[in-house]
Design a protein. Structure first.
Ligand SMILES: Nc1ncnc2c1ncn2[C@@H]1O[C@H](COP(=O)(O)OP(=O)(O)OP(=O)(O)O)[C@@H](O)[C@H]1O
Ligand SMILES: [Mg+2]
Length: 412
C-alpha cells in the first residue's frame, strides 16, 4: 500500500515545491517592481496572476497532504484486517477445538507487534517524500556544472610589448551565432582605451571577455603575453577592477560598501577617504545626516542613481587595480560632476591601463586610443584627432552629439 501511495504523493510534493517557487518569484518580482506595476495600472492583473498561482499551489498542496494523510489510516486498516483474519480463523479453530484461546490471543498480540514498526515506517515515508521533493530542487542548482577551467594550449609570448592583446577573437553568446568574428586589439601598459559605438555594438561583451565571464570561441586574449584561459580566474580578476553599467551595492553602510573594493582586510581610513574624495562621494555623503554610516537599502533607493555610481567608482579607485574598467560608469552623473571625476581619474589613470566605455564622447577625447565598434567588430581606431580627420563613423557620432536633433534626423 505504501509502495502504491508514496510515489503518487511524492509527485504531488515535487509539484507543490515547484509551484511554491513560482509563486515566490512572482511575489518578489512585483514587490521590487511595484512602482512600475502602479504606473502601468497593472495591480488588478498582478493580483489575478497571484490568485491563479496561489490556487495552483493550493491544489497540489492539498493533494500531497491528502495522499500522505491517508497513509496512516491505510496502514491501520491493514492491521485491522489482520485482527479480523486472526479473529475469524482463530474463532473457527477454537470452535472446532483445534486451536486454544490462548494461541488466538497471542496471535492478536503478534499482529499488533508486527504492525507497529510498519506504521512507523509509513510515518517515516511521509517525511522522506517531502525531503526528496525538496532535494530535487536543491540539487537542480547544486548539480549545475561550474564553468570549466580550460587550457588554451598556446605557448606564452615572451617579451611582449603589450599588456593586453586580442588576437582574432571569435565570440557569440548563442551556440552558432557569432557576434565577434575577427576581433583584434593591442593595448600597451598605461594606455587609456576608450570604447565607443552604438547600443548593442558589443562594448560590454568586450569587457565580459576580458574578465573571462565568458570564454572566447576562437582566437586568444592575452594578458602580459599569457592566454587568459591559462591564468586562474581569481588571479586574473584580482588584476582588474571594474565599474559596471548596472551599479551593484549591497545592503550595508556607505563605508562598508566602499571598503568592499579593497583587497586588504582592513584598509586605512585615509585610503578610503581619499578614494571617496576623488570620486566626489565625499561631497554628498557629508550632507547626509548619518554620513558614511548611512545604511543603503537593498534596492538602493535611498540615494540617487548618480550617487550610486559615484560610490561604485570610489570602490574601484580603492581597489587600486592594474587595469581599471569603466563601463558607462558616469552615465547617470551630471556633466559637471562627470568632468570633475574625469579630472580625478586623470591622476588615477596615470601609468595604469584602463578601458573606458562611454556614450558621451566629450569624456573620452583624451584617450590614447579610441576603438569604434559596430556589430561586434572594430570599425575604426585612432585617437580623437585622427578619427575626426577620417570623417567616418566616429566623426559622425561626435558631431551628432553637438548638433540639434533636427539636424541629426536629417542625416538618418
Ligand atoms: N548575456 C547575453 N546573452 C545573449 N546575448 C547577449 C548577452 N549580452 C549581450 N547580448 C547581445 O550581444 C550584443 C552586444 O551586447 P553588449 O552588451 O556588448 O552591447 P553594448 O555595446 O555594451 O551596448 P550598450 O551601449 O547598450 O551597453 C547585443 O546584441 C545583445 O543583444
Ligand atoms: Mg554595455
Amino acid at each position: 500500500m505504501i509502495g502504491y501511495v508514496a510515489p503518487k504523493s511524492q509527485k504531488q510534493f515535487a509539484r507543490q515545491q515547484k509551484r511554491l517557487g513560482t509563486l515566490n518569484d512572482q511575489v518578489e518580482e512585483t514587490y521590487s517592481g511595484h512602482t512600475i506595476v502602479k504606473t502601468y495600472n497593472r495591480e488588478e492583473a498582478e493580483i489575478e496572476k497571484f490568485v491563479e498561482q496561489s490556487a495552483k499551489l493550493n491544489e497540489s498542496s492539498w493533494k500531497a497532504q491528502f495522499l500522505t494523510g491517508i497513509m496512516m489510516p491505510l496502514v491501520s486498516f491493514a492491521r485491522d484486517l489482520g485482527y479480523f483474519g486472526v479473529a475469524i480463523v482463530g474463532g473457527i479453530g477454537v470452535a472446532n477445538g483445534t486451536v486454544s484461546l490462548g494461541n488466538v490471543q497471542a496471535f492478536i498480540q503478534y499482529v499488533n507487534q508486527f504492525s507497529q514498526p510498519v506504521r512507523q515506517l509509513a510515518n517515516l515515508a511521509n517525511t522522506i517524500q517531502v525531503t526528496i521533493a525538496s532535494c530535487e530542487r536543491v540539487f537542480e542548482v547544486l548539480d549545475e556544472e561550474p564553468m570549466k577551467e580550460t587550457e588554451s594550449g598556446l605557448a606564452p609570448k615572451e617579451n611582449t610589448d603589450y599588456k593586453i592583446e586580442f588576437e582574432n577573437v571569435e565570440f557569440g553568446y548563442g551556440e552558432d551565432e557569432l557576434l565577434m568574428t575577427d576581433f583584434n586589439l593591442t593595448v600597451k601598459e598605461g594606455e587609456m582605451i576608450a570604447v565607443v559605438g552604438p547600443t548593442g555594438a558589443g562594448k560590454s561583451t568586450l569587457i565580459n571577455l576580458l574578465e573571462r565571464f565568458y570564454d572566447v570561441k576562437g582566437g586568444s586574449i592575452r594578458y602580459e603575453g599569457i592566454d587568459t584561459r591559462d591564468i586562474e580566474r581569481d588571479k586574473l580578476r584580482s588584476k582588474f577592477s571594474m565599474v559596471l553599467q548596472d551599479t551593484w551595492l549591497f545592503n550595508g553602510t556607505i563605508w562598508e560598501n566602499l571598503k568592499y573594493g579593497s583587497h586588504e582586510e582592513n584598509p586605512s581610513e585615509e585610503d578610503i577617504l581619499e578614494a571617496a574624495e576623488a570620486a566626489h562621494v565625499d561631497d554628498f555623503v557629508r550632507r547626509l545626516p548619518d554620513g558614511y554610516d548611512t545604511v543603503l537599502n537593498e534596492e538602493g533607493t535611498n540615494i540617487s542613481q548618480g550617487q550610486r555610481q559615484l560610490i561604485t567608482i570610489a570602490r574601484a579607485f580603492l581597489a587600486d587595480p592594474e587595469v581599471l574598467i569603466l563601463d558607462e560608469a558616469t552615465s547617470s552623473v551630471d556633466t559637471r560632476t562627470e568632468i570633475l571625476i574625469q579630472r580625478a581619474m586623470g591622476k588615477l589613470l596615470e601609468n595604469r591601463t584602463s578601458f573606458v566605455v562611454a556614450h558621451r564622447l566629450s569624456t573620452i577625447r583624451d584617450a590614447d586610443k579610441i576603438i569604434v565598434m559596430n556589430h561586434g567588430d572594430v570599425i575604426e581606431t585612432g585617437n580623437h584627432e585622427e578619427l575626426m580627420e577620417q570623417e567616418g563613423f566616429y566623426a559622425d557620432l561626435y558631431n551628432a552629439q553637438f548638433q540639434s536633433t533636427d539636424e541629426q534626423l536629417q542625416g538618418v
